[in-house]
Design a binder for this molecule. Structure first.
Ligand SMILES: Nc1nc2c(c(=O)[nH]1)N[C@H]1C(S)=C(S)[C@@H](COP(=O)(O)OP(=O)(O)OC[C@H]3O[C@@H](n4cnc5c(=O)[nH]c(N)nc54)[C@H](O)[C@@H]3O)O[C@H]1N2
Ligand SMILES: Nc1nc2c(c(=O)[nH]1)N[C@H]1C(S)=C(S)[C@@H](COP(=O)(O)OP(=O)(O)OC[C@H]3O[C@@H](n4cnc5c(=O)[nH]c(N)nc54)[C@H](O)[C@@H]3O)O[C@H]1N2
Ligand code: SF4
Ligand SMILES: [Mo]
Length: 718
């Protein structure tokens, strides 16, 4: 007799419902979609294929302690038990804290931790108990410009809006590829873009703005405007400039709900459709047409995402996007953008900035921080300079996912203590003193906390652990709580010493909505839907500056130098040699950042590694043919790659998937056998390379040099 259990996927933001079939031995034998689930989402092949991760024989199963020096490329690890590992880690952290201060202990929290709610609940209290402000993670490679931008525009790091796709008449989708990536900073049911197709079916219009004709752009959705990478700030400014000229600004609304409109208009006046067209590659006529389309649509959305966040001016692009939505009256309108309700229905006001003194100068984070973090590209410098002596890595793989692998490697060797909490011994884990094996999402109870306030269908879903953890894997919250105990600082286990699992943590959060784990277990599909709020309620609830106005031109942007920098970058781009190549990133359905790299079924055929995508025109002008070996370089590093001719790219743009370059993942056999190359070796790292204010890494639109390998015929890779 098998049993079915209702759970949900925790790989990306839709958190799709999944039905697990479990046999008498407590083994999950199948994961299936859950038709009829109240959210209507359907799990994709990655979620349904998660058993390949769950059952991967290369997983980390026991605590492991490294016995050789971190400078040795291959770690010598011995199996250890939990108590002695945690005691050793706790006492070493205690000593480091006492001798060098709490800020010398840093934590890096990577993307998968976002979907481990018990860990998330314990994370901030853990940092507070340690007393450290050294928080790093995936956010500065991903979307920190949005949280920091929201803090200045709306007065709260949590006041970021999502598009009302279900009701809109117009979508301008910039730097996103939702067909592959399933939306970001928005949790919408996975529907293979049906919600976007329906915009067109009901007579609306959709356009993508991207340097590549993306999978999302089809005859059923809409065309792509092929923009030059890293130029969206100028396109958006020109668009707003033109919307103004076309009379598309609702001055009355803006004067009552906003401030600093004149300063905003002064900024955009510098960028007319004509003056930016050479830099952006989008003709003035097209920019004017898009402006006219937005002005004419009964409701419209400008949505921007990761490709723009990563391309050097994410804060300004976020700001201009929000401004277009606001001044055209689409913010808080049906079919525009809005702030959904959720389990946590609050936008805590910005109370000021936290200042963290470091050897490279003071660094400022919004307070409360939300998802903002210190710049991951400064990790190497801060370790080298002695600011950081211990690093706890919770579901992060920065050697592969952040810029500057070689500098980071050299720095990590100098850490007094380096601990990885992960489901694998990853490339970065290989350098750690301890690997602490963690439960996967079939082995832990959970709620969908990270998506709260970002869901197009607001709901909370609870899952019990589908199966008990195998081997000696433990939950991340418990690991953090036990480390705290061993350090002699406050721990969630103090008040709950006998807690068998994380449900006491969930009860505390669920109680905010009068719910509990028991109540969730009684609900159909373990899900509670929340009634939607009036979209305009955001004007009362999310504008958190003391005057409750939207800041249309936050002084912090000028003070941080973003406005002057924008003009400088425009000047540089205007004078760029015409044959400059820029690298952008390319997500595929067969990878999730770095961590599906060991799954054999995703590493077959064309997906065995990560070639350099290049269009025919750029390849031909360099004497490069499909399959050729090339050397790609920047001032930060160089890699050797194989070329794949791809005419979906705009000329002048090359693309590569990140997450590869795993030759040193000694326990991940597939990853080691088919390593691919790490494009982040090429990415800028260190002081001066990240966006001021948001600390966003520059990972897209980076100029690269591509040369055919010396003797092409001999080096041809097949
Ligand atoms: N060039 C380039 N670089 C990029 C990007 C890009 O587009 N281009 N994208 C950036 C983005 S958006 C992000 S979010 C970052 C992500 O960067 P990271 O968060 O550093 O990387 P991931 O590969 O998502 O996962 C890190 C680790 O989490 C582990 N893991 C998986 N599941 C679990 C789990 O349930 N629990 C725990 N504890 N660990 C788990 C994996 O084994 C892996 O080692 O990468 C960024 N890097
Ligand atoms: N299959 C799969 N799904 C994923 C992930 C994954 O790795 N694989 N990662 C998950 C994570 S952590 C995240 S953050 C989300 C991200 O999801 P999205 O926010 O949709 O981001 P991406 O898929 O990276 O798409 C970014 C797009 O921006 C384009 N782009 C690059 N540079 C520029 C530029 O300068 N201007 C413009 N206009 N466009 C540009 C790229 O061509 C690309 O199509 O996806 C999530 N879902
Ligand atoms: S879309 Fe994302 S959350 Fe849904 S099943 Fe696929 S990987 Fe999981
Ligand atoms: Mo991300």
């Amino acid at each position: 007799m098998t049993q079915t259990k209702s759970t949900f996927c925790r790989i990306c933001e839709p958190n799709c419902p999944v039905t697990a079939e479990v046999d008498d031995h407590g083994t999950v034998i199948e994961l299936r979609p859950t038709p009829g689930h109240p959210t209507g989402g359907t799990a994709c092949h990655k979620g349904l294929g998660y058993l390949d991760v769950h059952n991967d024989p290369d997983r980390a199963n026991w605590p492991q302690r490294r016995t050789n020096d971190k400078s040795q490329p291959e770690g010598n690890f011995v199996r250890a038990d939990w108590d002695s590992s945690l005691q050793d880690i706790g006492s070493r952290l205690r000593d480091i804290r006492e001798q060098h201060g709490p800020n010398t202990i840093a934590v890096f929290h990577g993307n998968p931790s976002t979907f481990d709610s018990a860990g998330l609940i314990c994370y901030d209290p853990f940092l507070d108990a340690v007393g450290t402000k050294m928080r790093f993670g995936g956010s500065t490679q991903d979307m920190a410009n949005k949280t920091t931008g929201a803090a200045h525009v709306y007065g709260s790091t949590s006041s970021f809006m999502i598009p009302d796709l279900a009701n809109t008449h117009y979508l301008l989708c910039i730097g996103a590829n939702p067909r592959v990536s399933r939306w970001s900073m928005m949790s919408a049911p996975q529907d293979n873009l049906d919600v976007v197709k329906r915009i067109v079916e009901r007579g609306g219009q959709v356009r993508f703005v991207n340097p590549r004709r993306v999978e999302s752009s089809t005859t059923e959705t809409g065309p792509t405007l092929l923009i030059k990478p890293g130029t969206d700030a100028y396109f958006l400014a020109a668009l707003l400039h033109e919307i103004h000229l076309q009379g598309g600004i609702d001055e009355n609304l803006v004067r009552t709900k906003g401030k600093h409109l004149d300063e905003l208009m002064t900024f955009v006046k510098a960028y007319s459709p004509e003056s930016v067209e050479d830099v952006t590659g989008i003709s003035a006529a097209m920019t004017k047409q898009v402006a006219a389309e937005i002005c004419a649509a009964p409701s419209a959305i400008v949505y921007m995402s990761t490709g723009v966040n990563q391309s050097r001016q994410g804060v300004l692009c976020y700001w201009l996007t929000e401004m277009i939505n606001f001044v055209t009256g689409n913010l808080g309108r049906e079919g525009g953008t809005f702030k959904p309700t959720g389990l946590i229905d609050a936008c805590p006001p910005l109370t000021g900035m936290q200042v963290i003194e470091t050897s490279v100068g003071p660094l400022e984070l919004p307070d409360p921080v939300g998802y903002s973090q210190l710049p991951a590209t400064l990790l190497a410098d801060l370790i080298e300079n002695g600011d950081i002596r211990a690093l706890i890595l919770w579901s992060g793989n920065p050697l592969i996912t952040a810029g500057g692998e070689e500098r980071l490697r050299a720095a990590f060797e100098k850490l007094d203590l380096f601990v990885s909490i992960d489901i694998y011994r990853s490339v970065t884990g290989e350098m750690c003193d301890y690997i602490l094996p963690v439960t996967d999402w079939l082995e832990r109870p959970d709620i969908n906390l990270a998506g709260t306030g970002m869901q197009s269908k607001p709901h909370v879903v609870y899952t019990d652990a589908v199966v008990a953890p195998t081997h000696d894997r433990r939950d991340a919250w418990w690991i953090l709580a036990r480390i705290a105990q061993e350090m002699g600082i406050s721990s969630p286990l103090d008040a709950n010493p006998d807690a068998a699992d994380a449900t006491f943590l969930f009860d505390a959060v669920l109680s905010m909505r009068g719910l509990s784990v028991d109540a969730m277990r009684q609900s159909p599909s373990n899900t509670v839907m929340f009634p939607e709020k009036d979209k305009a309620s955001l004007f009362e609830q999310c504008l958190q500056h003391p005057d409750h106005l939207i800041d249309c031109c936050p002084p912090a942007f000028t003070e941080a130098g973003l406005i002057a920098r924008c003009a400088d970058i425009f000047e540089t781009l205007s004078n760029e040699p015409p044959d400059t190549l820029k690298m952008i990133s390319l997500r595929t359905p067969y990878m999730n950042n770095s961590w599906l790299v060991n799954i054999p079924r995703y590493r077959r055929g064309r997906n065995r590694d990560n070639p350099l995508h290049m269009c025919e025109q750029d390849a031909a002008s360099r004497g490069i043919f499909d399959g050729d070996a090339v050397r790609v370089s920047t001032q930060y590093g160089q890699i050797d790659a194989r070329v794949l001719i791809d005419d979906d790219l705009r000329p002048g743009v090359v693309a590569m998937s990140h997450g590869y370059g795993t030759a040193r993942a000694t326990t991940q056999r597939t990853a080691m056998k088919k390593p691919g190359v790490n494009c982040n070796v090429l990415m800028p790292s260190g002081v001066g390379t990240y966006e001021p204010l948001s600390f966003m890494s520059w990972l897209s639109g980076v100029p690269v040099d591509v040369q055919p390998a010396a003797a092409r015929a001999e080096n041809r890779l097949t």
